[in-house]
Design a binder for this molecule. Structure first.
Ligand SMILES: [Zn+2]
Length: 488
């Protein structure tokens, strides 16, 4: 009988916490683009006699993630030293958490691409400091080919929250969705920018195969996946590789493999260390970390609406489609803007539609976010009220919208500036426009009058020009009637 396989995946996600200073010192966390080794001090370099002091904001951000994931936030926790030698770690140990992580347990649920509900248990989330960075001055920036290496400790001591899942994930697609949800969560909480390319969200995956004949393939750790797409591709590659080896009766080596995005392959890096290799022991320089009940309650009280909560509210309260709700819930700012628009009287679906198309278009074009967007939600609502009341066509409203955004002005001045008036263009105003168009298109007019337009194409053409001139604000029947009279 043919063998069947079951994929087992667990993820470790390192989230760089958005604090101003490092986890145990006052150095800036801003290491991208900074002069090498400019944001360092005796504490983050681990010089003798220096004493670390934990950053309270980093603790708060970790607690927020724990509360959102339904973890038990441990009120008494501590830091351990994880000992290993590597040139990017100047003190030869990393301060991390071991037996008492700040968050224990929890769960993350989401719908997969087919709409099926998936639930992944969280093992733990713990605080730790980042290491420095090695710079290899070779043509491609890699160690091979470099005559020497430089080390930049600006990143040493930057706070990380490592979120560890149980091996509950059963496919590469689910691993991607899980990571997407974690990213959405940390962004919504303001805990991290969650950017995988720049490394503020790093995913390591443990993947193995269970075979139908009772064998279990060893667990392989995959590193160096810098986007959601490469995460999914790396895991798909690894599923195939492991199934092929096991299918041929071979054994999977327990090891760490490096994903090469260009080649689309994983390659062995080094044997996997066992936990005891790190000789963990409690850091004698740091007292136990106590999160008082009042502080915990204070953090819980200011938790923002979580993305999945926002998503279901937008569907139930505003009647948005699941797709629209998902897009809005990507960012708390977008949800707040939509809420503001609806509170100011806009129809929910129309407001959602405008924000999705027009507002997000402008944000993309200008490369800004809603925080710096000049148009207030209430101003957009008053514009949309005119569209709803039949006073402004969508075309005219878009012109006015562009002026409001461009000049940063309110509705009235924007309408004046774009030459749009509320209400139907009719009577003498419509006649003037029609006469102007007819005067500009003598050839078409002559063709109609002399009976050379049997199919009425030229009449439609003139009608289209008049509608465009009124920005869609004229009544089609009135325009037809007017043309009939004028073209006799
Ligand atoms: Zn420092």
């Amino acid at each position: 009988m043919a063998l069947t396989f079951q994929t087992v995946i667990g993820l470790e996600i390192h989230v760089q916490l958005a604090t101003k200073s490092k986890l145990f010192c006052a150095c800036s966390t801003d290491y991208i683009g900074a002069r090498p080794n400019s944001n360092v001090c005796p504490v983050c370099l681990g010089q003798p006699g220096s004493l670390p002091v934990v950053n309270g904001r980093a603790v708060e951000l970790a607690v927020m993630v724990g509360l959102a994931l339904g973890s038990t936030v441990q009120q008494a926790t501590r830091f351990h030293r994880k000992n290993y030698f590597y040139p990017d770690l100047s003190k030869d140990y990393q301060i991390s958490q071991y037996d008492l992580p700040i968050c224990a347990g929890g769960r993350l649920s989401f719908r997969d691409d087919d709409g099926v509900e998936v639930s992944v248990a969280i093992t733990r989330a713990h605080l730790e400091e980042d290491a420095g960075k090695l710079v290899h001055p070779s043509a491609d920036g890699r160690l091979a080919g470099a005559r020497y290496s430089l080390v930049d400790y600006n990143r040493s001591g930057v706070p990380l929250l490592e979120i560890v899942s149980e091996p509950d994930i059963t496919s590469p697609a689910h691993a991607r969705r899980y990571t997407e949800e974690i990213r959405r969560l940390v962004r919504c909480l303001g805990v991290s920018d969650g950017d995988m390319e720049s490394g503020s969200l790093r995913v390591d995956a443990n993947i193995s195969q269970k075979v139908s004949d009772g064998r279990w393939g060893s667990r392989v750790e995959i590193k160096n996946m810098n986007s959601l797409r490469s995460l999914e591709r790396a895991l798909e590659y690894e599923v195939k590789r492991q199934r092929k080896v096991l299918g041929e009766g071979g054994e999977i080596r327990q090891e760490t493999r490096h994903w090469d995005d260009g080649e689309g392959k994983t390659r062995p890096m080094r044997g996997k260390e066992e936990a005891h290799d790190y000789r963990y022991f409690p850091d004698p320089d740091l007292p136990p970390l106590i999160v008082e009940s009042d502080r915990l309650k204070g953090i819980a009280a200011v938790m923002p609406e979580l993305p999945w909560q926002a998503e279901s509210r937008l569907v139930s309260a505003y009647g948005l489609s699941d797709d629209d709700a998902k897009i809005f819930a990507e960012s708390a700012d977008t949800v707040a803007y939509l809420d503001g628009c609806i509170r100011a009287g806009a129809d929910p679906k129309r407001a959602a539609n405008w924000i999705r198309t027009e507002v997000l278009r402008v944000l993309n074009e200008q490369k800004i976010d809603l925080a710096t967007f000049t148009l207030e939600a209430s101003d957009l609502a008053s514009l949309l009220a005119l569209v709803d009341g039949g006073k402004l066509s969508t075309t005219a409203a878009k012109d006015v919208f562009d002026v409001m955004v461009r000049d940063g002005v309110a509705l009235e001045p924007a309408m004046t500036a774009s030459g749009v008036t509320a209400g139907l263009v009719e009577g003498s105003q419509l006649e003037d426009i029609a006469d102007k168009i007819l005067a500009e298109n003598e050839e078409a007019v002559e063709a109609v009058r002399s009976g050379r337009d049997p199919k009425g194409k030229k009449v439609k053409f003139l009608q289209g020009l008049i509608m465009r001139e009124t920005r869609g604000q004229a009544d089609v029947a009135q325009v037809e009637d007017l043309l009939r009279r004028r073209l006799i």
